[in-house]
Design a protein around this ligand. Structure first.
Ligand code: THU
Length: 160
């Protein structure tokens, strides 16, 4: 038996003001998208903004449903739209902002496991990393240089 250690790296920015100008503007789009989330059941609003290499920014937010599992997360709303509308484009950067409608969050809110698995599929498809920035409603912003840092030891097509 041997032990395997997996290391991962994240970078932390004190606030949105510390972000490079282009990422700051992408995050502003995620925040705008968050404000339009349809989340009447959880009251938890999430917005995502995805920059493609054709210059297009695709945004998405969570869409809930009375049949709870039928709802979809913000990140997947955005990436699946991008994947369907611009199948040739590479996904470069994804900004995410999340928090309770009446309960602001100042810590970074990472994408859920299902979204990580879904984002990973496109990173593998396009053979280049997707940079991910995530935050609450304000405060610290975390950066992951690749989805791999958020989902080590991934299930992918190599095991099929
Ligand atoms: N949600 C997202 O949109 N993204 C995530 O990564 C985590 C959760 C949404 C799903 C649901 O509408 C609400 O947040 C509460 O879980």
């Amino acid at each position: 038996m041997k032990e395997i250690k997996i290391e991962t790296t994240l970078y932390m920015y004190e606030s949105i003001d510390e972000l490079p100008r282009d990422i700051n503007s992408l995050m502003q789009k995620a925040i705008e998208a968050r404000k339009q989330a349809y989340a009447p059941y959880s009251g938890f609003h999430v917005g995502a903004a995805l920059l493609l290499d054709n210059g297009v920014v695709v945004t998405g937010n969570n869409q809930e449903n009375a049949s709870y599992p039928s709802g979809l997360c913000a990140e997947r709303t955005a990436i699946y739209y991008a994947g369907s509308k611009y199948p040739q484009a590479k996904m470069l950067q994804l900004a995410i902002s999340a928090g309770g409608e009446n309960n602001p969050t100042h810590e970074p809110v990472p994408p859920c496991g299902a979204c990580r698995q879904s984002i990973a599929e496109y990173e593998i498809k396009q053979k280049t990393s997707i940079e991910i920035y995530f935050m609450g409603t304000s405060g610290t912003v975390a950066r992951s240089n690749s989805l791999q840092n958020l989902l080590p030891f991934i299930f992918d097509k190599s095991v099929l």
